[in-house]
Design a protein. Structure first.
Length: 252
């Protein structure tokens, strides 16, 4: 899983071009949960800075960390020079500082589960906040979703990332909330959903898929064929279920 998380550098420009950003409602959710000003934040797996820029706009001093050099180079093109950037995996970060907030946007599942929360607890100051969130790339129309799945199936049965701890999709609390509830370091675990729908062109939807690890790892000829077949079953524009599921917890 960790190795799969290092596959994005080849598509860094497409990731920046096609992946959706995060709305101000997410920043407001995290700030309200914190209940006090957040001055410093550490981001794990910043990618091209989609979430970084939201928290920077909130006046927070963000240290953005990312293991992939190409993704980090793309991030630096779009963020002010005063944002601190560090090329490092979560597992390699120095544990010599703690922050008001540690957050991860669609990247926590790429981290090593061994000692994950012990390490996290060092990075979040006592009373500080941990937040994890992401936007799954999902078609809103179930019939269209099934048509795309059938078009993809000969080459790729599932394009998602399985729950890291095996939590079934119908459980009220999803990962990483499930692990946070078990951790001795964190309390007041919450799961919140920000509803959102987006309408984009079919071509842009394919652009989004091109940044998903399951497609990145396909042989190029297979990937091209999957995208060709997918485009054939899509209308000119598609509606995405772009809801954001956020998990929040407070450090003891």
């Amino acid at each position: 899983m960790v190795a799969r998380g290092l596959s994005f550098g080849a598509v860094a420009a497409a990731y920046e071009r096609f992946r959706t950003g995060y709305p101000v409602e997410l920043l407001e959710l995290v700030m309200a949960y914190a209940g006090e000003p957040i001055q410093t934040a550490l981001e794990i797996g910043a990618g091209t800075g989609k979430a970084t820029r939201l928290f920077v706009q909130g006046g927070i001093a963000v240290t953005a960390t990312e293991p992939d050099a190409a993704m980090l180079a793309e991030l630096r093109k779009h963020l002010p020079a005063n944002v601190t950037t560090v090329q490092a995996a979560f597992e390699d970060l120095p544990l010599d500082a703690s922050y008001d907030l540690v957050f991860s946007a669609a990247a926590l599942h790429w981290t090593d589960p061994e000692g994950r929360w012990d390490r996290m607890a060092v990075l979040v100051r006592p009373g500080g906040v941990f937040a994890s969130f992401g936007v799954p790339i999902q078609l809103a129309d179930p019939a269209l979703k099934e048509a795309v799945r059938a078009a993809r199936a000969p080459y790729l049965e599932d394009d998602g990332v399985p729950s890291p701890d095996g939590t079934p999709a119908d459980r009220p609390m999803q990962w990483p909330g499930t692990e946070l509830q078990q951790s001795e370091w964190f309390t007041d675990v919450r799961q919140s959903v920000i509803e959102r729908r987006l309408t984009i062109s079919a071509q842009d939807y394919i652009g989004q898929l091109s940044t998903v690890s399951a497609y990145v790892l396909l042989p190029p000829a297979d990937r091209d064929e999957v995208f060709r077949r997918t485009l054939q079953v899509l209308p000119e524009t598609v509606e995405l279920n772009a809801e954001i599921t956020a998990h929040l917890a407070r450090r003891h």
